[in-house]
Design a protein around this ligand. Structure first.
Ligand code: PYC
Length: 417
């Protein structure tokens, strides 16, 4: 019997409604699974789906302390791109992009993937040189990326101001045409439905208190708010909380957690055709299919698990956006929120085995988590099923922080992370 049903989606969407029943039957876990995945976001649900679909493992529970897709999956700004500098990153993000392209068909659920293009603005000579370096590196890796003059950038994105009098004049832009956006909650729901259809159980409101280990050191199961659940293998995919969860298994992770904020405007008619990012002004923007401008900010300057952020950063972000898009000067902002991103010392993810037998981890995506979703999920499933790294996730091991083989993507995002 599958424990995920449409009611849980509806319940969580409408839980504030006054006519909604106070109590809804909660999914209860079985006493034992082959695989427990901690975290019912896009990565965890996706891993469950690929474990079932490609590796024939279906005795799986995906457990979450909240509701599915309620963490970073539902809090990000939906950017999808693969124009990262290093070979390892280009490979994993481009693997994700390949999967994004066919995801709606694969899941039979419209994730609203839209390859509208991501434009990265260069405002300084340093930006120009750095983006051109990215373009060359990307092309060598088979990743599309091209250089546009300011005029070409404006033609691609008409609201862009290329006035030479701007505080940060646009000196050109790097364009990845295959990049774009998708609808974040649909990604969680699509994976959840497709995984559940293959027998995966999704247990919401089930907080993990500790990962328990056997006397030989291997994983035994998880202590949860719904009792102890035995498992042969455990994968931690709990963005923003990974180090806390891993700590309960006595594995210290090289991670810090920061709030990352975003906001949306009132909805307007379609005006903004692509995604625009600017490292120099520290902001990025796109328009959702509902019409809101979706604006992303940098991480807060202090660590926190708060899932919301402070006002000054948002003011800085809005000032930055209106500087490159004066046309949006009089837009009203509707809502702001925060996610909590795990950040590693080299700003690249950790995806693979851990020193504990049967324990796997997928974390540290920083600002890259949403775009990586299908690629991370797909390779995590491989690693859990075979107890070995997939060639694409092999470099993203935990061991690199001992060996020094880092993947330094500190300059990868359009915002501080
Ligand atoms: O694609 O660089 C990015 C990004 C930053 C924040 C979210 N996505």
């Amino acid at each position: 019997m599958t424990r995920f049903n449409a009611f849980s989606l509806i319940k969580n969407t409408l839980s504030g409604h006054k006519n909604w029943p106070e109590q809804w039957p909660e999914s209860q876990p079985k006493s034992e699974y082959d695989v427990i995945i901690i975290g019912a976001g896009g990565h965890g649900l996706g891993a469950a789906y690929y474990l079932a679909k490609e590796h024939g493992i279906t005795n799986i529970a995906v457990i979450d302390k909240g509701w599915l897709g309620g963490g970073n999956t539902g809090r990000n700004t939906t950017i999808i791109r693969s124009n990262y500098l290093y070979d390892e990153s280009a490979r994993i993000y481009d693997h994700a992009l390949d999967l994004w392209e066919g995801l709606s068909q694969d899941l039979n659920y419209n994730v609203m993937y839209s390859n509208r293009g991501v434009l990265m603005l260069a405002h300084t000579v340093h930006d120009v040189q750095s983006f051109k370096r990215h373009i060359h590196a990307n092309r060598l890796n088979g990743v599309d990326n091209q250089w546009l003059t300011p005029e070409e950038a404006k033609e691609f994105c008409p609201p862009l101001s290329i006035s030479p009098n701007a505080r940060y004049p646009v000196m050109g832009a790097a364009l990845q045409k295959r990049a774009g956006t998708a609808r974040h909650d649909a990604v969680a729901w699509g994976y959840a439905r497709a995984a559940a259809a293959r027998g995966v159980e999704i247990i919401e409101n089930c907080a993990v208190n500790a990962i328990r280990r056997n006397p030989d050191g291997s994983v035994a199961g998880v202590d949860t708010s719904k009792g102890f659940i035995k498992a042969k293998k455990i994968a931690v995919s709990a963005a923003g909380n990974s180090s806390v969860v891993m700590d309960t298994a006595h594995v210290r992770m090289p991670l810090e957690s920061y709030p990352l904020q975003a906001l949306i405007s009132e909805p307007v008619k379609p005006i903004f055709p692509c995604v625009v990012m600017s490292n120099a002004v520290h902001a990025y923007i796109s328009q959702s299919d509902k019409g809101e401008l979706v604006i992303g900010s940098g991480t807060d300057q202090y660590t926190s698990y708060s899932q919301r952020g402070g006002l000054p950063l948002i003011e800085h972000t809005v000032a930055a956006i209106t500087e490159i898009f004066p046309i949006f000067n009089r837009m009203r902002m509707l809502r702001k929120w925060g996610g909590t991103v795990d950040v590693t010392p080299d700003r690249s993810a950790i995806l693979g085995k851990t020193p504990v037998k049967g324990l796997y981890v997928n974390c540290g995506w920083g600002t890259g988590g949403f775009k990586a979703t299908p690629g991370a999920a797909h390779t995590l499933a491989w690693t859990v099923a075979k107890d070995e790294p997939h060639p694409i996730n092999a470099p993203f091991n935990l061991e690199r922080f001992r060996s020094g083989r880092l993947i330094d993507e500190a300059a990868a995002a359009a915002v501080a992370h």
